[in-house]
Write a protein that binds this ligand. Structure first.
Ligand SMILES: Cc1cc2nc3c(=O)[nH]c(=O)nc-3n(C[C@H](O)[C@H](O)[C@H](O)COP(=O)(O)OP(=O)(O)OC[C@H]3O[C@@H](n4cnc5c(N)ncnc54)[C@H](O)[C@@H]3O)c2cc1C
Ligand code: FES
Length: 353
């Protein structure tokens, strides 16, 4: 459908697109997306899925006009749209334009193809499993990134690394995977049909990683979104990074909390300034839970000291609704969009319901 729309409405004269801060210009013919044009002309434009779901090709339109093949709003937040962000893989260019990409961290490893086998699948909660894959050779990645997994007969699915990287790469890579009812990959995984299965792994991908500086950090995780944040914290611990950190973890009930001891141990043994705040949205009123209740995003303001909020860098991962609410809340509290980093765990239903 998207390619039909592109053919019908995309035909027009070639346009010039300037890509900053690279300072390069590409010619975009009327049937191409901005991303297709950039890649075909040898520009290393950040991307992964090419279908508008991963957010990797996010860039800011600073001049000119584009139209969207698929609504940018399924993946980008309202705040990003208002600030002029677009998805290059879904953008048809309507005249001369200028866009700005985030310059990729210079030490992000290039993605490559690996083959692997599912070595273990362990329950973390009733609907989240820790999955470890043994690769044919070590993969280098940066804490916070993700890989695309493909098992025979199914489309590729993205999962964030749940452990810290190692110097020289990791041959055993782990993920936290939540069961999505009706989901092609996760239903199969949870049925046990993939135990020991061969997996094609492409990675690493993504621009979710700890930015430098001394700024304090607020992490917000929902469900399996804890994986990249744990990776990030473990890596920061290995590297003796000592920054003030608030970690909010949203779950439904006490039964949905996991890896709590590991986070508490990080706080105890490494970073006493780490405040870990679990928030439960569906815990029975009479359960004896004395912690916070409600939506995790309702508790962000109280967790950050007034007067210092705009100094924080925000890192969040989890379901699209939580990420959108968290971006809205962090920008309301004064964090600039440039200080907010996230991976939204979109799936095939995103934007279709
Ligand atoms: C960058 C990134 C990182 C991610 N990291 C993680 C992670 O660490 N852990 C994790 O658990 N997940 C993660 N995800 C999500 C993951 O990639 C999968 O999308 C998720 O596991 C679902 O895959 P699935 O094949 O089981 O479901 P899918 O087959 O994609 O189906 C998902 C849901 O959509 C419904 N559906 C399918 N087609 C349609 C349609 N046409 N219209 C409406 N509904 C439809 C299905 O019934 C199901 O309910 C990440 C996603 C991204 C983009
Ligand atoms: S490459 Fe454009 S959203 Fe994934």
């Amino acid at each position: 459908m998207a390619s039909l729309l592109k053919k019908l409405f995309g035909r027009s004269e070639p346009r010039v697109a300037k890509i900053n801060p690279l300072g390069v210009e590409v010619t975009v013919d009327g049937s191409q997306t901005l991303l297709e044009a950039a890649l075909s002309q040898g520009v290393a434009f950040p991307h992964n899925c090419t279908v508008g779901t991963c957010g990797s090709c996010k860039c800011r339109l600073t001049e000119g006009r584009v139209s969207a093949i698929t609504d940018f709003g399924y993946t980008l937040s309202k705040q990003e749209l208002d600030a002029g962000y677009i998805l290059a893989c879904q953008a048809l260019v309507k005249g001369p334009i200028t866009v700005e990409i985030e310059s990729a961290g210079s030490d992000l490893p290039a993605p490559a193809q690996f083959s692997g086998r599912i070595a273990s699948v362990e329950d973390l909660t009733h609907d989240i499993k820790a999955v470890t894959i043994t690769l044919d050779r070590p993969m280098e990645f940066v804490a916070g990134q993700y890989a695309d997994l493909t098992v025979a007969g199914l489309p590729a699915r993205s999962y964030s690394f749940a452990t810290a990287p190692e110097r020289g790469g990791r041959q055993d890579i782990s993920f936290f995977i939540r069961k999505v009812p009706g989901g092609q990959f996760t239903e199969k995984l949870f049925s046990g049909a993939l135990d020991g299965a061969e997996v094609a792994v492409n990675g690493p991908h993504g621009h979710f990683y700890l930015r430098g500086g001394e700024a304090p950090i607020v992490c917000i995780a929902g469900g399996s979104g804890l994986a990249p944040l744990l990776s990030l914290l473990q890596h920061a611990r290995k590297n003796r990074v000592r920054r003030r950190c608030v970690m909010l973890f949203g779950a439904r009930t006490q039964a949905d909390l996991y890896k709590v001891e590991q986070i508490e141990e990080i706080a105890r043994d490494w970073l006493p300034s780490l405040r870990f705040i679990p928030v439960l949205s569906h815990e029975p009123a009479d359960s004896g839970w004395t912690g916070l209740r409600g939506l995790v995003t309702e508790h962000v303001a109280a967790a950050l000291p007034e007067g210092e909020r705009a100094e924080f860098q925000g890192y969040m991962c989890g379901p699209p609704g939580m990420i959108d609410a968290a971006i809205a809340e962090l920008t309301r509290l004064g964090l600039p969009l440039a200080s907010i980093h996230y991976d939204k765990f979109t799936d095939a239903s995103t934007g279709k319901r």
